[in-house]
Ligand binder design. Sequence first.
Ligand code: ASP
Length: 405
Amino acid sequence: MNLSVKIIIALVLGAITGILLNVFAPDLFPPLDKYLFSPVGKIFISLITMLVVLIVFISIALGTAGLGDPKKLGRIGLKTISYFLVTTSVAIVIGIGLAYLLEPGNAGTFETEGLEYSSEKAPPISETLLNIVPTNPIQSFAEANMLQIIVFAIFVGFALAMLGTKVDKVQELLEQGNEIMMYLVNLVIKFAPYGTFALLASAIGTQGLDAIKAMGLYMIVVVLALVIHGLFTYGSSILLLAKQNPIKFFKGFAPAMGVAFSTSSSNATLPVSMSVAQKNLGVPKAISSFVQPLGATINMDGTAIMQGVATVFIAQVYDVNLTWTALLIVVMTAVLASIGTAGVPGVGLIMLAMVLSAVNLPVEGIALIIGIDRLLDMARTAVNITGDAACAVVVAETEERAGRV
Ligand code: ASP
């Protein structure tokens, strides 16, 4: 049985176990979760997260060195960033459009009196962008600051390319390091079905069904927008720009989506998504190593969708009319918020505060959706990393067709 099938079965079994325990054995769930599901899930997440920082550094340094020519790097960088910006904007528009169509904030009564939410945690996006050049790369590694690691790795890769044979030992060291990392990814991924089962059982079992019922339409709108964006935006770019069969793309990338769905973390999924894109989708290493770590850090279409839907939802609940200008501000700030969102669980919701404040909506509204966000985080993370892979395929194909790879 191949890995995708195993992961999908694990996801379904995990969800069923979670629901059954939640409904029929609510007393049995807490100990099972505490001593079985949560620990197994945590070990799985730690196992793949353990590899992330080194993989990002080594693969980007080697990828940049492999591209050699700074012009080529610039062109691939430009293509990648343009793809990210365009698809993220499309994602928000789909989210906002569906939220206006289905009006989740007007379906039912939502108690807004006494809601509290502290928005202090949201880091200003300008700070994230200004700090992308690290003053101390070792600190960036220790803090797993992905953008800083990416910038440092690009510099190192550039130096490797320029210095050539003078530094071939270092290049060889990195290449062998890469072999070790990829071997470990393949080893860890074998544990994925157990990890995803445990994470799903834990996440679903913890959610009260009442909370899900109350927020049903909001959840449906977010999921629908995610599915539409995934199938149509990515599907059409694979078909039209990369001239490939979208079904093959989704099938090939499925194991990574399963891992993203269960871990809710683009960063943690990165080793798996890179390995799957290289093996199943045929993306050359140099391109996958550059596009996917960057995407896992700054390209979050699923998060942007949630932010678009949540903003309109909160406006509807508080009976605020958003003007066209306000909606444009939502699109722009949600693009920035998705760039600033770290690829770890739950950060998208924290960054939502920035979007809400930009159009003067009450940040307390976040308290309404916080209860069910854990579930939506799983779905949006799967879309987040699929966008990175779609970009990698498009960049690789267009480069290949132009005879540049
Ligand atoms: N969990 C998401 C990710 O890692 C980020 C978010 O939307 O919270 O991609």
